[in-house]
Design a protein around this ligand. Structure first.
Ligand code: PHE
Ligand code: CO
Length: 296
């Protein structure tokens, strides 16, 4: 029998109505994964591993090897935790799915990374609208082995708890930062532009689009610019932001954001596809194929 995720309610957020699950931490029900589940893992794992050669950031690929994940079976969180805990002190915890913001921030602030225990269905191989086990494990976990990135994730969690106390608008600003770095970030490395964002590495279409398509803008990292920029949740991104190192991320996000939130509250948001004077434009997108319906 395949266990089912326990969904409790739908929550209205800036991203529309999103499914929210029970907030409980759950034991990974590993023995309930079906042959189909393991096969889905294998298909996605092998496909992405191939696509990411020469596309993903060097340390993403290196760290993935260190975990010893294989296409043979869905990994056990307990096995990954042995590697992770002693490397950077992070711990994976099983959850039913997307968490309420404050619960999520609190986990990150304490170096716990919530991983959805269930995997998508075969018909969702190319696209799923919410995070599943493949996205969380394959996409997010490798960089938690990188000491600087691991610290950035914890700092983000602490910043999230604080922003939550400040208000909804602060949370919107902070969420954009997560989106354009942790989920959809690109990094400039010696051998060229590479992917580090989890939302990209866990998707075939996004992995190719973000580097090879002429449509999107690719712009140098700029904290305030990012925190004002809307984004796409149901299409490819119109803009990617490029860092030079994870140190750049940590350094730029070290200052107290409280005055920044107050300042941002007085400025307009920027459409997802806009290019502004002052942007460090690596590539200006052609905008080909862009949907003109609203960005979130
Ligand atoms: N320095 C930020 C603050 O004071 C916290 C933060 C760190 C936010 C890293 C995002 C990433 O709110
Ligand atoms: Co994610």
């Amino acid at each position: 029998m395949n266990a089912q995720p326990r969904r409790v309610e739908h929550l209205q957020t800036d991203k529309g109505s999103v499914p929210v699950y029970t907030t409980a931490v759950v034991e990974q029900p590993w023995s309930t994964y079906t042959r189909e589940d393991h096969a889905t893992w294998a298909t996605l794992f092998e496909r992405q591993r191939e696509i990411l050669v020469g596309r993903a950031a060097r340390e993403f690929i290196e760290n993935q090897h260190k975990f010893g994940m294989t296409p043979q079976a869905i990994p056990k969180f307990s096995d990954l935790n042995r590697v992770l805990k002693q490397a950077t002190g992070w711990e994976l915890i099983g959850v039913e799915g997307l968490l309420p913001e404050l619960t999520f921030f609190d986990h990150l602030a304490n170096r716990r990374f919530p991983v959805t225990w269930w995997i998508r269905k075969p018909e969702q191989i190319d696209y799923i609208s919410e995070p599943d086990l493949f996205h969380d494990l394959f996409g997010h976990v490798p960089l938690l082995l990188n000491p600087v990135f691991a610290d950035y994730m914890q700092a983000y969690g602490k910043g999230g708890v604080k922003a939550h106390g400040i208000g909804t608008e602060a949370l919107v600003n902070l969420t954009r930062l997560y989106w354009y770095t942790v989920e959809f970030g690109l990094i400039r490395q010696d051998d060229g532009l590479r992917i580090y964002g989890s939302g990209i590495v866990s998707s075939k279409g996004d992995s190719i689009h973000c580097l090879e398509s002429a449509a999107p803008n690719r712009i140098g990292f700029d904290l305030q610019r990012i925190m004002r920029t809307r984004y796409r949740i149901d299409t490819y991104q119109k803009t990617y932001f490029v860092i030079d190192s994870y140190d750049e991320l940590i350094r730029a996000t070290e200052p107290d954001f409280t005055p920044l939130y107050a300042q941002l509250a007085r400025s307009e948001s920027i459409p997802a596809g806009a290019v502004l004077p002052g942007d460090d434009v690596l590539q200006r997108g052609t905008g080909e194929g862009w949907a003109d319906n609203a960005d979130v």
